[in-house]
Design a protein around this ligand. Sequence first.
Ligand code: NAX
Length: 324
Amino acid sequence: MKEPLRVTITGAAGQIGYAMAFRIAAGDMLGKDQPVILQLLEIPPAMDALEGVAMELDDCAFPLLADIVTTDDPSVGFKDTDFALLVGAKPRGPGMERKDLLKENGKIFGPQGKALNDHASRDVKVLVVGNPANTNALIAQANAPDLNPRNFTAMTRLDHNRALGQLANKTGSHNSHIKGMIIWGNHSATQYPDISQCTVDGKAAAELVDDDWYKDSFIPTVQQRGAAIIKARGASSAASAASAAIDHMHDWHLGSNGEWVSMAVPADGSYGIKEGVIYSFPVICKGADYEIVQGLEINDFSRERMTATDEELREEREGVKELL
Ligand code: NAX
């Protein structure tokens, strides 16, 4: 049997954390032969609820679950951790501006970055889910100078999976037959879901759907899907968000089999996106690492949208510069 790997979930008593913990314990993230220790981090008012989650995890008798740690202390929650899923965040309150939310969450992600720096495994892989995810990831990264900056990422896999679902439904295909989907930029309404490189059953997607559908229906539907879920369910996406986070970490650790997936990662100048933001790119995962797919041709329509979402990220960065 392999040695257990440590997986930290922050906000583990919240709705995404609850949907995520059981699937990770069942082996969906790191493989069916990989034992895990779950390190569940919450804030004091949620500790009773967190104990309930731990009781249910015990009650599942998962063969791969080697241990459970519950804590409200980040130095315990991140101790030696190999994978950190930063889900816990403050929701936007009534009348709260986006920049106030950024600042409030900066107070969470700065100290968590520092705790990761001081206590986590030197190879820890970090995925920020809590919104505004890209800029929260930037804040955590800036507060963890001793860790590899490449290992701080944010989640756009839910947007990627949503885009696959929309295109599959429209073309009467199955999502597994679609290759080359891309989400560029920020996990926000400025994200750019791009099908210009997509194939569906080997045929160019752009030739299977008309341009009006792509621009006036597909793009806004993917961008606004979170709001549509809230309207329909009366609560924000939870199981789908948890599933996307598991996909992200699974592929990063075990590889994406040559397929492109979208991950928000530190910009390195690829496609003209300068360093200093956590930007979603198409990547291929291999050998427990990711590489941004290179050499794609960017048309004018794409360039305009890629720049708009980049500008939003740089504005967000400006708003929290004292935390970086
Ligand atoms: P919930 O409000 O159900 O749960 C959040 C949990 O985090 C709560 O239990 C709270 O006690 C805990 N928490 C707050 N501050 C904490 C801290 N400093 N340390 C540890 N735990 C802390 O929210 P949920 O629906 O689970 O959503 C969590 C976050 O995911 C939100 O920020 C949400 O906006 C974001 N999302 C991000 C998505 C993405 O694609 N990147 C999609 C889904 C989701 O909306």
